[in-house]
Design a protein around this ligand. Structure first.
Ligand SMILES: [Zn+2]
Length: 149
């Protein structure tokens, strides 16, 4: 048997609870201890979204999803540090942000390589076209000289 006020175990025949001094109104079980409510965070984490954006950045989208993952990840990491977002979001947010940064850098490198390649190809084509044009001008002249003879 327990005190109905404080849950202190009572022995038979006690009129007052030795702990809290209240009359020994006997309860069947100790009063439910108020359970620590889980902490409430004012903002929802976006870890899953950031992680998906980071993976897409790494796989194909480069800066197009990498920069949003990077920016959102940096913002949310700050909010997690401030306790505004649940710490459970930290891993996904951090990994997503890192993938976003890597995807952005790799994407820009690939874009750079494509641009340089296009410029080189264009340059080669231009010089080929230059020869072709020169030939187009020179050959008829030669032909004209030929027919005059
Ligand atoms: Zn008591």
């Amino acid at each position: 048997m327990y005190c109905a006020h404080c849950g202190f175990p009572l022995q038979e025949g006690m009129n007052f609870c030795p702990k809290c001094g209240n009359p020994a109104a006997v309860g069947a079980a100790p009063p439910a201890i108020a359970q620590a409510s889980p902490p409430v965070y004012p903002e929802a984490g976006r870890g899953a979204l950031i992680l998906i954006l980071g993976i897409l950045a790494l796989l194909m989208l480069g800066p197009f999803s990498g920069i949003p993952a990077w920016v959102m990840g940096a913002k949310d990491m700050k909010k997690i540090d401030q306790g505004r977002i649940a710490p459970a979001e930290r891993t996904m947010t951090q990994v997503g942000m890192i993938l976003g940064i890597v995807g952005t850098v790799l994407g820009l490198l690939v874009l750079g390589i494509i641009v340089v390649t296009l410029l080189l190809v264009f340059g080669i084509l231009t010089s080929v076209a230059g020869f072709t044009n020169a030939a187009a001008v020179i050959l008829p002249v030669c032909a004209g000289i030929g027919t005059r003879r």
